[in-house]
Design a protein around this ligand. Structure first.
Ligand SMILES: [Mn+2]
Length: 471
C-alpha cells in the first residue's frame, strides 16, 4: 500500500467534486449490497442537492457484459463501490466520461477520476468503506453534506469494518462529523447483532461476532443461560429484545457474558468484541431497525439480495412509506431464506479440504445470499473457525458463484481471500472474475472450471496461511 496521505486523498476528492459540478446527466451505478446502496444514496443526494439530472442503476457485480450494456445510457457515469478492479474495461467503454469511487484493492493505474483510499495509504478494507469514500466526495461537493455521515457509517458496518469493538481509522473521523451534525450517536454497549429486533434467545444464539462458546448455535443453552441470570424472555405475549431490558438487566447480562467467555479461556481481544461501541441514528424512530446502524445495513442487504436495491435506495433517501414497508417485508423474507440456508448446510454438513471448508449448494441456495449463509455457518458448533469457508451456488445463467468467508483471526494470520480470487482471475482466465476483501470475497466462473478452481484455491490458501506470501 501507498504511504498514508490523507491530504492528497481529500485533494483527489475535490478534483472529482469539480468534475461532478461541471458535468450533468449522470448515470450512477452502484453495488447492490449495504455499502454500495449507502454509497449510491450519498452520491445521489449530493447530485440532487446541486440540481443535477441523473438516473441510477444497481448491479450485483460490474462484469464485462454489464459494462457493455451501459454504453450510451448517459452522458456521464459514476461507479460506486466497484470499478477499481475494472478501470481498463471502463476506459474502453466510456473514455474519460466516468468516475469511480471505490475502496476495493486496486492496482495503480493511470486514471484521473478515480477516488480510492487505497491509493493514498488509507485502508479501504478496515478503515473506510465505499460509502465513506462517497461521503468524502459529497462533503467536497458541499460541506453541508456532512449529514450524510450516518449513511457512511451504515456502509462501513455493512462491510464489517468494525474491529476490536469499534470502527477504526478514517471511519472515526466520519463518525465524529456525524455526531457533530446530530445524525449519529455512539455509546458503549453489548455489540451483538439484533439489539433492536431480535428476541433475546436468537440474539445470543446467532452471535457470530464474537462466537460465544456453548451459546452460539444452541437455542436450548441460550434459554438456560438467560434464565439462570434471572432475565425474563417474554413480556406478556411479546418476546423481549435486548433493547427492552432495563439498565440493570443489561448490565447483568453483559457481565454474565464476560464471565462466561473468560471461563472458556476466550482470548481477550475476542471478548473485547463483545462490548464496545454501537452506532445509532437519533433521527430515526427508536424501536425500528433503521435506528441502529447494523440493522439498517441488514435492511439494505435484504433489499439488494432480492434485486430490490432501488427500494433500499429510496429508504436511504428518506422514504418511510411504500418503499420502507416493502423493505420490511424483504427483511422478513431475507431472514427466512437465511434460516433455511443454514439448516440445509447444517443437515448436509461441510466437506473438509486441506485448507478450507467446502459446501456446494447446487442451486438450492440463492447465489445472492450464499455469502451470508457461509458467514453464519461459523455459528454452527460443529465448525471450528480455523479455516475459511468456500460455498458454491449457481447463478441464473448456470455459472458457479463461489463465496468465501473467513474470520478476523484468519486474516490476522495472513489470509486474504480477495487477493486470492483476483490472482485466480489472471492465472485461470477463461472468463473467471473475482475479488473482494480479505475476510469476504466472491468469484464467478463456468461450471467446467470447478475442479481447477478448487485445487488452485486449496494451494493458495495454504500458502497464505503458511506465511509464504503475506508480509
Ligand atoms: Mn463496499
Amino acid at each position: 500500500m501507498q504511504e498514508r496521505n490523507e491530504a492528497r486523498f481529500k485533494e483527489k476528492a475535490a478534483e472529482l467534486a469539480e468534475w461532478v459540478k461541471a458535468k450533468n446527466h449522470f448515470l450512477l451505478v452502484y453495488n447492490h449490497d449495504a455499502d454500495g446502496i449507502s454509497s449510491g444514496a450519498i452520491t445521489a443526494t449530493a447530485l440532487k442537492r446541486i440540481g443535477k439530472s441523473f438516473s441510477s442503476k444497481p448491479l450485483k457485480q460490474l462484469y464485462k457484459e454489464e459494462i457493455e450494456k451501459l454504453k450510451g445510457k448517459a452522458e456521464n457515469f459514476i461507479f460506486v463501490d466497484f470499478g477499481s478492479g475494472q478501470l481498463g474495461e471502463l476506459k474502453k467503454a466510456f473514455k474519460t466520461s466516468f468516475a469511480v469511487v471505490d475502496h476495493h484493492q486496486t492496482k495503480e493505474e493511470e486514471f484521473k477520476l478515480h477516488l480510492n483510499p487505497m491509493l493514498f495509504g488509507v485502508d479501504g478494507g478496515s478503515e473506510i468503506s465505499a460509502a465513506g469514500t462517497c461521503y468524502v466526495l459529497a462533503t467536497a461537493i458541499d460541506e453541508k453534506n456532512s449529514d450524510l455521515a450516518a449513511l457512511a457509517i451504515v456502509g462501513a458496518v455493512g462491510d464489517m469494518q468494525e474491529s476490536g469493538g469499534a470502527l477504526q481509522g478514517f471511519n472515526r473521523k466520519i463518525l465524529q462529523e456525524g455526531i457533530e451534525a446530530g445524525v449519529l450517536e455512539k455509546k458503549t454497549d453489548l455489540r451483538l447483532y439484533g439489539r433492536v429486533s431480535r428476541p433475546l434467545v436468537q440474539f445470543l444464539q446467532f452471535s457470530t461476532n464474537p462466537i460465544i462458546p456453548m451459546l452460539t448455535g444452541s437455542e436450548e443453552k441460550c434459554i438456560k443461560f438467560l434464565s439462570a441470570n434471572g432475565i425474563e424472555l417474554k413480556q406478556g405475549e411479546k418476546w423481549r429484545s435486548y433493547n427492552d431490558l432495563s439498565g440493570e438487566e443489561k448490565k447483568k447480562l453483559a457481565s454474565a457474558l464476560i464471565v462466561h467467555m473468560h471461563s472458556f479461556n476466550v482470548e481477550e481481544w475476542k471478548i473485547k468484541e463483545l462490548i464496545g461501541e454501537v452506532y445509532t441514528l437519533p433521527k430515526e424512530k427508536s424501536e425500528t431497525p433503521l435506528s441502529d446502524a447494523k440493522e439498517f445495513a441488514t435492511v439494505l442487504n435484504s433489499c439488494g439480495r432480492h434485486s430490490k436495491a432501488e427500494t433500499a435506495l429510496k429508504v436511504c433517501m428518506g422514504n418511510r412509506k411504500e418503499a420502507y414497508t416493502e423493505a420490511l417485508v424483504l427483511l422478513a423474507e431475507h431472514r427466512k431464506q437465511l434460516r433455511e440456508g443454514i439448516e440445509l448446510m447444517q443437515q448436509k454438513g461441510l466437506e473438509e479440504k486441506e485448507h478450507f471448508y467446502f459446501f456446494d449448494t447446487g442451486n438450492k441456495i440463492k447465489d445472492s445470499i450464499i455469502g451470508i449463509v457461509a458467514g453464519m455457518i461459523y455459528s454452527s458448533q460443529t465448525v471450528a473457525p480455523i479455516k475459511p469457508i468456500i460455498a458454491l451456488s449457481r447463478t441464473d445463467d448456470g455459472d458457479i458463484k463461489a463465496s468465501g468467508r473467513a474470520t478476523s483471526e484468519l486474516t490476522r494470520r495472513g489470509l486474504n481471500l480477495g487477493k486470492i480470487f483476483k490472482e485466480m482471475e489472471k492465472e485461470i482466465g477463461k472468463g473467471l472474475e473475482g475479488g473482494g476483501h480479505r475476510i469476504a470475497a466472491g468469484v464467478k466462473f463456468r461450471e467446467e472450471l470447478r475442479e481447477e478452481f478448487l485445487e488452485k484455491l486449496d494451494k493458495k490458501i495454504g500458502e497464505q496461511l503458511a506465511g509464504k506470501i503475506y508480509k
